[in-house]
Design a binder for this molecule. Sequence first.
Ligand SMILES: [Zn+2]
Length: 249
Amino acid sequence: MYIFVMIMTFLLGTILMSFLGMLVYRMPVIMEWRETTGPHPTDIFSRSRCEYCGRVIPFIFIIPLFGYFFCRGRCYYCKDKVSLVYPFMELLGGIIFVGFFAWLGLSGIVSATLVIVLIFIAWMDFNETWIPLVVTLPLFWVGLCFSYYQSDANARVMGAALGFFVSYLSMAVISYFKKKDVVAGGDIALITCAGAWLGIDIMPEFLILVAVIFIIHAIPYRIKGEMYVPMGPAICLGFVVCIVQQLIS
Ligand SMILES: [Zn+2]
């Protein structure tokens, strides 16, 4: 029975990640952030298509994780390679679900879902340099009202306020000195979310952690001469580290 539950939990994780992965490619067009995503359908109900030949992928090959192996990593029609990103992310989703479930039982699924949503946000920001408000806004309210990691409502409100003001003010100061607008609404919204979920006590540590991860993350971009570095992945990683820390303590 335990093995069966674990397998179902694993599959749930892969399905959730597969669905969110689909949104990473379709949402920019649905929300009119981008004009086109190439062969990707522009609504969430259409069947997935091959990135190269554009043909509809047969059902058996879109099964999360296993579809990749059934089609041996190639399109059924044109034989072009399927990106490894999809099976890797789906596997990661399954591992996160099983890991948190084995660690914390049913309540672990709450944390696992939050972690997967944060991976989705990081993935989206990495691909599109965009953190959609349609995701961060509900995330903020759920955290503020029901956070599992901080039972004191005052601490959650103050955490969110601190996250908002620190991120906004630091970006405003940098904008002033660089004489260039670097205020990023999506990043501020995500940091505010983290404050609502984590509470004020852990916010100083969270903010320092995010700054350090962001600086390290920015190094390869700077070497390549790119000026814009997405901050979402650093915020999400810092958020996940703080979640795990709250669960351990
Ligand atoms: Zn194809």
